[in-house]
Design a protein around this ligand. Structure first.
Ligand SMILES: Cc1ncc(COP(=O)(O)O)c(C=O)c1O
Length: 369
């Protein structure tokens, strides 16, 4: 019986070995290991692909969120609204600035931030809202953008899982005032190491992010503020440029797999399938189902060669990092997702036939529970 992989980060290298090796040799021959043309080219190409004016390569996805918050002067005394159901990096980015986190529970259907609850959470101290396009499924952004513009609130997309995801025909990264991307290897657009990018149409914000990421200097040795060091290596940028040319096809494969799962797994007892918000087109970074006997289902799938994963098993407000401050909160939808979620294998390493076989094994396992 075939054993499937949940994720295969080596697949993209094997699929594109000649192009990748040429990219590697190009960087070695260039002698540029920080900055340079390969980085400039990737930044320009990825900004154009997302439909935004500026892309600034940074060290990782966490810093791609911290830097724009800092560039907008967000810090102690300010409130930042975040979804409760997200990877912890969203929360850590806010915590690093010293601003106050305001967690909002998830929408029970989409598992993304509950938009009505978000609006109720806004106060005069709200300085930023960070919608997360979790699992590659965009949060509907038009209403949020209008609200944020109207009230002078900074709208920062956490697009770490959403390379190419669309809302109203526009891509993630061009939907808010700025966005943070991660190029962690397992992402839809992943490097062969750490990497991230800030995306924005705002010239001043782009300039401030570049300055903060470069020791607080616009001009060498003129350090106007206490910045840090956060750079995307040109070697990773060269690999990412190769991958970017294939990203549409890889995202399309993810969509095909999601279509197979949606059809084959509908109406199984106790199994809830992901629901996509109207007007959005996700890129299925993850395909997350829910089942009340999640652990038993996961164990049964493991036996049949279908590894499944949890995104995420512990809610941020219950994590060691945050329970001291937020452990008293009741965020029932997020808590329910944490105890019932199960991510099925999805990605360009799987064929449509693989997805059909996986769906068959999932439906048999659910019926046998
Ligand atoms: C939603 C979300 N935000 C932020 C990050 C942080 O990205 P990185 O791991 O590149 O720092 C990740 C991924 O790890 C993520 O999934």
């Amino acid at each position: 019986m075939t054993r499937f992989s949940f994720l295969d980060v080596g697949f993209t290298y094997r699929a594109l070995q000649n192009e990748m090796d040429a990219a590697y040799r190009g960087i070695m021959d260039s002698g540029y290991f920080i900055g340079g043309r390969a980085l400039d080219a990737f930044e320009a190409d990825y900004a154009a692909w997302c439909g935004a004016r500026h892309c600034i390569g940074v060290g990782n996805g966490l810093e791609a969120l911290v830097l724009p918050l800092r560039a907008r002067g967000i810090g102690p005394g300010d409130e930042v609204i975040v979804p409760a159901n997200t990877f912890i990096a969203t929360w850590l980015a806010v915590a690093q600035t010293g601003a106050t986190l305001v967690p909002v529970d998830a929408d029970p259907a989409t598992m993304n931030i509950d938009l009505a609850a978000l609006e109720r959470a806004i106060t005069p101290r709200t300085k930023a809202i960070m919608p997360v396009h979790l699992y590659g499924a965009p949060v509907p952004m038009a209403g949020l953008r209008a609200l944020a513009d109207d009230r002078g609130i900074f709208l920062l997309e956490d697009a770490a899982q959403a390379h190419g995801a669309q809302d109203g025909g526009r891509r993630a990264g061009a939907l808010g005032h700025a966005a943070g991307f991660s190029f962690y290897p397992g992402k839809n657009l992943g490097a062969f190491g750490d990497g991230g990018a800030v995306m924005t149409d705002d010239d001043d914000l782009a300039d401030a992010v570049r300055m903060l990421a470069n020791y607080g200097a616009r001009v060498k040795y003129e350090h106007e503020s206490r910045g840090g060091n956060s750079r995307l290596d040109p070697l990773q940028a060269a690999f990412l440029s190769v991958k970017l040319r294939h990203l549409d096809a890889w995202n399309e494969r993810r969509r095909e797999i999601a279509v197979v799962y949606d059809a084959a797994l509908a109406d199984l007892p106790g199994l809830r399938l992901p629901v996509v918000a109207a007007g959005t087109n996700p890129v299925w970074h993850l395909y997350v189902v829910r089942h009340p006997r999640r652990d038993a289902l996961r164990a049964a799938l493991e036996q049949t060669g279908v590894p499944a994963a949890l995104h995420y098993p512990i809610a941020n407000h219950h994590s060691g990092a945050f329970r001291g401050e937020f452990g008293h909160l009741s965020l029932p939808v997020t808590e329910e997702i944490c105890s019932t979620c199960l991510s099925l294998p999805i990605g360009p390493h799987l064929s449509v036939a693989d997805a059909q076989e996986i769906a068959l094994r999932v439906s048999q396992a659910v019926r046998a529970l």
